[in-house]
Write a protein that binds this ligand. Structure first.
Ligand code: ZN
Length: 452
C-alpha cells in the first residue's frame, strides 16, 4: 500500500516548484520557454522519469520548447491531458512592489509573474501527476502532462505546433487547462465557474475614406470626420445584438437552480434576449462589461490612425477594433452587425480571427468536476463559464480534445484575481494551492483510474 498523501508536504513541494518556475524568466514576446522547461525536466528526472520513454521535449524554434510527459494506463480509455503554458506576459518592473522574477513568499502568497497565469496552476498539475506516479495508481487512461510554449502570443510555437506536428504526443479525449474552478466573489455569493467555452478573436481594421486637401481649406468629405462619426455611432449603440449561446443558457439555468432566494427564479429570465437587452441598458461597471461579453459579439475600438502632417487633410483614416465573437459566429456576422450601426461608408477588413470554442457540459467528466467543486465549497455556486478572452483551447478543439478550464481552489474575498492576471504584483495565495490540490487529486485520480 502506498503511503497516504500528506497535503501539507504536497503543498510545500508545489510552492517550491512554483518558485523555481517563476525564477525561470519566460517572457513572451519575444518568447524563451527553455529555462522553465528545464525546471520541469529536472523535477521529473529527480523523480526517476527519463526521456524518451517517460517524457519528450520538442522544439518549435530555438529556445521555444514544449515538454510532454506520460503515465501509461491500460489503454481501455482514452488519455487525459493536463496542459499548462510556461510563457508569461511582459512586466513593467518599476510598477511592482517586489521582484517579478524573484518568486518570493510574502505573507502567505507566492509573488511573481506567472504565479496566476499560469505557472501556479501548472505546478499543481505537475504535483498531481507526480502523486499519481508515487501512489502507483493503476490507470485506465494515460495521464499526459504538457508544459507548453507560446500561449501568450499566437500559439505558433506551442499548442498549434503540437497539434500540427506532434499530435500523437497530446492526443487525448479530455484535457484541463487554466480558466476556472476558483472562487469568484460576487457580493456575498461565491461562484465557481468551470470554463467550457471561449470567445473567438475577430480583430478588424475599419477604414474611412475622403477627399485629400490643404488643411487651410476645410471641406466636409474629411476621412477623419467620417471615421470619428462611425466610432461615435458604435459608442451610442452601446453593444451589438444579443445572442444567447447554449453555454450562457446553461450557466443561467444552472445558477438559478442553485440560488435559494427568489433571485434564483428571476435569474432564469436572463435566457430571453429581450430581458438581457433591458439589463444591458440598466447595468453599469463590471457587471455590464461581463454581461455584454457573455451575450454579444463585442466591438472595442483600441487604436486610431490618420494623417501625417498637421496641414494636410488625409484621404483615409483607420481604427483598429478588438472584436470578440461568440462561438458559432463568423467574422462576416460580426462585420454585418457593425455595418448595420455605422452604415456602409466605412470599410471593414479582418486582421486576425480565431474560432471560439464551446465544449459540451453533458459529459461524465463535467459532472465529476461539478461534484468535486461543490465539495470544495458546499455553499458556493458552480456554473459553466464562457470566457470573454481566449486561451489555446481552440487548437485542442481542432485536435478533437474536449478541454475544460479547471484549476480549482479557494480564493479569499479581498484577493483581486481578475486584475492581477496580466497586471502588476501578480501573486497566488499558498492557501489556494493547499485547498485546490486535494480537489485536483480527487478528479484526476478518479477520472484516470476509475471506470468511466
Ligand atoms: Zn494563461
Amino acid at each position: 500500500m502506498p503511503n497516504p498523501i500528506s497535503w501539507p508536504a504536497s503543498t510545500d513541494e508545489t510552492v517550491q516548484n512554483l518558485v523555481r518556475l517563476i525564477q525561470a524568466e519566460t517572457v513572451n514576446p519575444p518568447g524563451n520557454e527553455l529555462p522553465a522547461i528545464l525546471v520541469v525536466k529536472d523535477i521529473l528526472e529527480r523523480e526517476g522519469f527519463s526521456a524518451p520513454d517517460d517524457f519528450t521535449i520538442v522544439e518549435a524554434a530555438p529556445n521555444r520548447v514544449n515538454l510532454i510527459a506520460r503515465l501509461r494506463g491500460d489503454g481501455s480509455q482514452r488519455p487525459l491531458l493536463l496542459s499548462g503554458h510556461v510563457d508569461v506576459v511582459p512586466v513593467e518592473r518599476d510598477k511592482w512592489s517586489h521582484d517579478p522574477f524573484g518568486g518570493e513568499i510574502i505573507n502567505g502568497e507566492v509573488w511573481g509573474r506567472g504565479a496566476l497565469d499560469m505557472k501556479g496552476f501548472l505546478a499543481m498539475y505537475l504535483q498531481t501527476f507526480l502523486q499519481v506516479h508515487r501512489q502507483g495508481l493503476p490507470l485506465k487512461r494515460d495521464l499526459i502532462l504538457a508544459a507548453i510554449a507560446d500561449e501568450e502570443a499566437g500559439f505558433e510555437s506551442g499548442s498549434k505546433f503540437l497539434v500540427k506536428q506532434h499530435r500523437e504526443l497530446i492526443d487525448a479525449e479530455y484535457g484541463f487547462t487554466e480558466g476556472g474552478g476558483f472562487t469568484m466573489h460576487l457580493g456575498k455569493t461565491r461562484l465557481y465557474m468551470i470554463q467550457v467555452a471561449e470567445k473567438g478573436i475577430c480583430w478588424l481594421r475599419m477604414t474611412a475614406r475622403g477627399a485629400p486637401g490643404h488643411g487651410s481649406l476645410p471641406h466636409d468629405d474629411n476621412a477623419v470626420f467620417h471615421l470619428a462619426e462611425a466610432v461615435e455611432k458604435l459608442r451610442r449603440a452601446r453593444h451589438l445584438p444579443v445572442h444567447i449561446t447554449p453555454t450562457f443558457a446553461r450557466m443561467i439555468s444552472s445558477a438559478s437552480g442553485q440560488i435559494k432566494s427568489p433571485l434564483g427564479a428571476l435569474a432564469g429570465l436572463l435566457r430571453s434576449p429581450a430581458v438581457v437587452n433591458l439589463l444591458l441598458r440598466a447595468a453599469k461597471g463590471r457587471s455590464k462589461s461581463l454581461l455584454t461579453a457573455l451575450t454579444t459579439n463585442t466591438c472595442t475600438p483600441t487604436a486610431l490612425k490618420a494623417g501625417q502632417k498637421i496641414n494636410v487633410i488625409p484621404s483615409s483614416a483607420e481604427a483598429l477594433l478588438d472584436c470578440r465573437k461568440l462561438p458559432g459566429q463568423s467574422p462576416e456576422d460580426v462585420m454585418r452587425e457593425i455595418r448595420a450601426i455605422t452604415g456602409d461608408k466605412i470599410n471593414l477588413e479582418p486582421i486576425d480571427t480565431s474560432q471560439g470554442t464551446e465544449f459540451s457540459v453533458d459529459t461524465p467528466l463535467y459532472r465529476l468536476l461539478e461534484r468535486e467543486t461543490r465539495k470544495l465549497d458546499p455553499q458556493g455556486i458552480v456554473v459553466p463559464l464562457m470566457m470573454p478572452g481566449g486561451t489555446d483551447t481552440c487548437n485542442f478543439q481542432d485536435a478533437g480534445i474536449t478541454v475544460y478550464g479547471y484549476t480549482p481552489g479557494l480564493l479569499p474575498a479581498d484577493f483581486p484575481v481578475v486584475s492581477l492576471g496580466h497586471g502588476h504584483d501578480e501573486r497566488l495565495p499558498v492557501s489556494f494551492i493547499e485547498s485546490g490540490l486535494p480537489v485536483l487529486w480527487n478528479v484526476v485520480s478518479e477520472w484516470a483510474a476509475g471506470g468511466f
